[in-house]
Design a protein around this ligand. Structure first.
Ligand SMILES: C[S@@+](CC[C@H](N)C(=O)[O-])C[C@H]1O[C@@H](n2cnc3c(N)ncnc32)[C@H](O)[C@@H]1O
Length: 290
């Protein structure tokens, strides 16, 4: 991605495509199951003995996951003041996030610091200021694909963790459907919004290289892509556009590449269930220790 970008790729029609994908894929529901089973114990340990708690979301999008996690954090430590900072490059998605906060009564007591800019700019500003705010819990959910330098980004946010803090990275699973798709068609897909595809395999290799300790939790998810094989289906077309990060799958690829991608979808990225083609959308949640 260009170093002088002012907004991220999540604008206008891309925001709609993303929202359509979230509704169709059940991805947030799958993440919420993991969050609900893993984070209560993590939060208890992170916050033990602390008189205030600071939360940071990086690439939070519409904030659906943040609102849930902040609520969970508050209920784990009733009465302990919580602050929230958000680093998000999309103005439109941040507007949705603010609207969601407005509708969530328990978040009225949480002061929000909105940093509407790419993470790269937040890093530059924080370093220039010198006095960097530290956090008890930081998350990067489905956003590590978009940063310019993964190792530098992880190292920076890890450096912002307070004692006992955790950095949670949620990312597509190594050898899952997404990983297979994006690595097989790297030359066709890694051309604009994502220039270097990263699954949990690459994230873990990076953490190992940085010498950081982490725990892993698998998030199982699959979703119906049967309509992708019907050229007349709008739903199928919308899904193909989002999954290949193209405005139009049918004009964006040659007929040979379209066929090869659809063959890969069917034969390597999915399983057949009850007459449906179910895409393997498995994710991994990686909790990096302070
Ligand atoms: C796939 S969406 C995930 C949104 C949210 N975390 C979720 O799971 O619903 C990726 C998000 O990362 C944001 N993003 C992309 N590149 C970014 C960057 N360099 N800095 C900050 N945010 C970025 C996008 O604007 C978008 O909101």
């Amino acid at each position: 991605m260009a170093a002088d970008k002012t907004e991220t790729c999540y604008q206008e029609c891309c925001v709609q495509n993303f929202q359509f994908y979230l509704e169709h894929s059940g991805e947030h529901q799958a993440m919420l199951q993991c969050v609900n089973s893993v984070l209560p114990a993590e939060f208890k340990r992170i916050g033990e003995g602390k008189s205030s708690l600071d939360f940071l979301g990086v690439g939070s999008g519409g904030g659906e996951m943040d609102v849930h996690m902040l609520t969970l954090l508050q209920s784990t430590f009733p009465g302990v003041p919580v602050t929230s900072d958000i680093v998000e490059g999309s103005v439109e998605l941040t507007d949705n996030f603010r609207a969601l906060v407005e509708k969530t009564p328990n978040l009225k007591t949480v002061p929000f610091g909105w940093h509407i800019m790419p993470s790269e700019d937040y890093v530059k500003q924080a370093k220039a200021k010198g006095d960097m705010k530290k956090f008890d819990f930081i998350h990067m959910i489905q956003m590590i694909y978009y940063v310019d330098d993964m190792a530098a980004t992880i190292q920076f946010y890890h450096g912002l963790l307070k004692k006992n803090g955790r950095l949670m990275i949620i990312v597509e699973a190594g050898k899952g459907g997404w990983d297979t798709l994006w690595k097989t068609f790297k030359n066709d897909l890694c051309t604009h919004t994502i220039t270097e595809y990263r699954s949990s395999g690459e994230v873990k290799a990076c953490l190992d290289k940085l010498g950081l300790k982490y725990d892993e939790h698998r998030i199982h998810n699959e979703f119906d892509i049967s309509q992708c094989f019907d050229q007349k289906s709008k739903l199928g077309h919308d899904l193909l556009n989002f999954m290949t990060a193209k405005d139009d799958f049918y004009t964006g690829f040659t007929p040979e590449t379209q066929k090869a991608i659809l063959d890969l979808f069917k034969n390597k990225c999915s399983t057949q269930k009850d007459g449906k083609t179910m895409f393997n959308g498995t994710l991994d949640a990686i909790l990096v220790h302070a």
